[in-house]
Write a protein that binds this ligand. Structure first.
Ligand code: FMN
Length: 175
C-alpha cells in the first residue's frame, strides 16, 4: 500500500496525498511517524523498493521520491532502512541520506538470478551495513553458517515459490 502511494501510475489522488513528490511520499512518512510514536523509532524500520516494477508499479521519478522519503525517515531516526536495489547509483544516493543501519537486498545478477555470496564484498566496501538474502535463505535455512564456511549451498527451486504450502519453504536440508 505504501508503494502504491509512491508510484505515480497507482497514486492518482489530486489532494495532498498525491501529485507532487512530497504528496506521494506523505503516506509513507505518516506511517513511519505513527509507528515510531507508538513503539519508538529505534524499533522501527522500513523496506523500500524504489523503481522496482513489482505488481505493475512504474516510477519514472523514483530517485527524487525515494530521496525525499529517506530524508524524512532519517529525520525520524528510524533504526534501519532496508533497500531492495533498483540501481546501484540510487543505492549510493540513498546510502548517503540515511544515517541509521542500511540493509541492502542487492540487485541479483541475471545468473544465477538471486542474491548470492558474491555480494558479501558490499559490506566490506561500505556500500551497505548489512545484506539481505531472499531466495538463498529460503533454500538454506542455515545460511549464516554456510556463508561463514564458504558454502556449499542448496540451489533455490523457483517452481516452489508462492506455492501455497510448506514445500520449498521449510524442507531444504541444513549442512
Ligand atoms: C518466494 C518468495 C516470496 C517473497 N515474498 C516477499 C514478501 O512477502 N515481501 C517482500 O517485500 N518481498 C518478498 N520477496 C522478495 C524478496 O524479499 C527479495 O527482495 C527478492 O527475492 C530478491 O532478493 P534475492 O535475490 O535475495 O532473493 C519474496 C521472494 C521470494 C523468492
Amino acid at each position: 500500500m505504501i508503494h502504491q502511494f509512491l508510484a505515480p501510475n497507482t497514486n492518482l489522488r489530486t489532494d495532498e496525498w498525491g501529485g507532487s513528490v512530497e504528496g506521494r511520499a506523505r503516506f509513507a512518512v505518516e506511517v513511519a511517524a505513527a509507528v515510531s510514536a507508538a513503539i519508538g523509532a529505534r524499533r522501527t524500520g522500513m523496506r523500500l523498493s524504489p523503481g522496482t516494477p513489482y505488481n505493475g508499479t512504474h516510477e519514472p521519478d523514483a530517485e527524487p521520491v525515494s530521496t525525499h522519503l529517506v530524508r524524512r525517515l532519517d529525520d525520524l531516526g528510524l533504526a534501519y532502512l532496508h533497500l531492495v536495489e533498483g540501481s546501484r547509483d540510487l543505492t549510493d544516493v540513498l546510502r548517503k541520506e540515511f544515517h541509521g543501519t542500511f540493509i541492502l537486498n542487492p540487485a541479483a545478477p541475471a545468473t544465477p538470478g538471486f542474491t548470492g555470496e558474491d555480494t558479501l564484498s558490499l559490506v566490506e566496501d561500505g556500500t551497505a551495513d548489512m545484506l539481505s538474502f531472499g531466495a538463498l535463505f529460503l533454500a538454506n535455512p542455515d545460511l549464516p553458517a554456510r556463508l561463514r564456511a564458504g558454502g556449499p549451498y542448496n540451489t533455490p527451486d523457483r517452481a516452489t515459490y508462492y506455492g501455497g504450502d510448506d514445500k520449498g519453504y521449510t524442507d531444504y536440508p541444513t549442512l
